[in-house]
Ligand binder design. Structure first.
Ligand code: NAD
Ligand code: ZN
Length: 361
């Protein structure tokens, strides 16, 4: 088991634990390390179906026994109306500020439970037990939560740190292949951002990652969490360096949006990383040999080189211009000077963007 803390302004502390196969002890661990007057666990029907026995044991190991709220799975739940239903359920259950909310699921459950915990009675304690690769390496850490509006994804939300994040890699054994691929794109992003030892670790573990040998991957997941910790501790509010975590995401979000969200986030980010590497090389920031090394690394993880769907270049550029990270009329990209050396670049010529879209088509 790996443990460390995320500390923000010396006041807010998140305890992070990463291990393999400790779900059976999770209830007792919560009781010991995060004792509360009451507990409410929020999950979705898929996760509940797969882990019914374990979740029941977790709830009965708590004192008093925890309450359960199970949501239909899917991004459609991340909206204001379904969330007000959950809030009303909390009122019915008599939830007060001494209650711990436990989010057990992927990023959707985490965002919903995180949002509810942030606003109900102006804030309840929150524990994340993330169950997807994306949630274990990204969404459960850093305190961001958000709901979607008809006008766009993640448009309303807060930044509020959870008390703890308990990561059990064993959950990932039941993940559908496509969801595993989605998370791999985020892990690859950390490798390219961090470089050095973490990049080498990922290179050496590429086969274990492709084959999903979970018992071998604790250092990979814990390493990703530590990289995110470093960014969040320095810039919790996402105004400066935390934006580097958007590597692959500027182009990735545009690909996702231009496809009307028919493309998964992970596929879009994988292609976004490919395109942003090519852009870094084209604009002469990234040496060609480094780009080749980075592209080969993405290959070794089994991430796609080319889109398996048609790319509408005009629509993608239009989406880039609408990106909420656009400032003073310019699209900003996170580019690399080297593997491990990200920087924020503005004023990218449209011709360069169009030609890298060509490269991933
Ligand atoms: N708050 C943040 O910082 C942040 C960061 C990244 C992504 N997100 C959000 O996270 C969401 C995506 O998260 P996600 O990729 O985890 O998707 P998800 O939560 O929709 O989960 C994907 C699917 O896998 C199922 N599932 C979950 N755990 C499983 C398991 N162990 N075994 C089998 N099936 C399982 C779910 O029921 C769902 O059908 C998006 O809404 C995104 O906006 C938030
Ligand atoms: Zn992402």
């Amino acid at each position: 088991m790996t443990s460390f803390a995320i500390v923000i302004d010396k006041t807010e502390t998140t305890l992070v634990r990463v291990g393999y196969d400790y779900l059976a002890r999770m209830g007792l661990l919560i009781q010991k390390e995060l004792p509360h007057r009451a507990y409410v666990l929020i999950t979705d029907h898929n996760v509940l179906e797969l882990y019914k026995k374990e979740i029941q044991t977790l709830l009965t190991d708590l004192s008093p026994k925890g309450e359960l709220i199970a949501l239909p799975p899917g991004e459609e739940q991340k909206q204001i109306f379904p969330v007000t239903v959950i809030i009303n359920r909390l009122v019915e259950l008599g939830v007060d500020r001494e209650t711990l909310i436990i989010a057990l699921g992927g990023g959707v459950v985490g965002d919903i439970a995180g949002f509810v915990a942030a606003i109900y009675m102006r804030g309840l304690s929150l524990l994340h037990i993330p169950t997807t690769l994306t949630a274990q390496t990204d969404s459960s850490l850093g305190g961001k939560n958000a709901l979607d509006l008809p006008g766009g994804k993640n448009m309303v939300g807060t930044i509020r740190q959870p008390q703890a994040v308990f990561i059990d890699l064993k959950f990932l054994s039941s993940l559908p292949a496509a969801e595993w691929q989605n998370g791999l794109a985020e892990v690859a992003k950390y490798g390219l951002l961090e470089g050095g030892e973490y990049f080498s670790l990922l290179e050496s573990q590429s086969e274990n990652l492709r084959e999903r040998r979970l018992e071998k991957l604790e250092a990979v997941i814990a390493g990703a969490c530590r990289i995110k910790k470093n960014y969040v501790e320095i810039d919790e509010q996402d105004r400066h360096t935390r934006r580097f975590l958007n590597l692959g995401h500027t182009l990735g979000h545009a690909l996702e949006a231009a496809s009307g969200y028919a493309v998964s986030h992970g596929q879009a980010v994988a292609l976004g990383l490919r395109g942003e590497l090519a852009l870094s090389r084209r604009l002469l920031h990234l040496p060609e040999a480094q780009e080749e090394k980075a592209q080969a690394f993405l290959d070794s993880l089994g991430l796609p080189r080319k889109a398996s769907f048609p790319l509408d270049r005009k629509a993608i550029v239009a989406c880039l211009k609408m990106d909420k990270k656009r400032e003073s009329g310019q699209v900003r990209f996170i580019l690399l000077k080297n593997i491990g050396q990200p920087f924020l670049a503005a004023g990218i010529p449209e011709a360069a963007i169009l030609s890298v879209i060509e490269e991933i088509q």
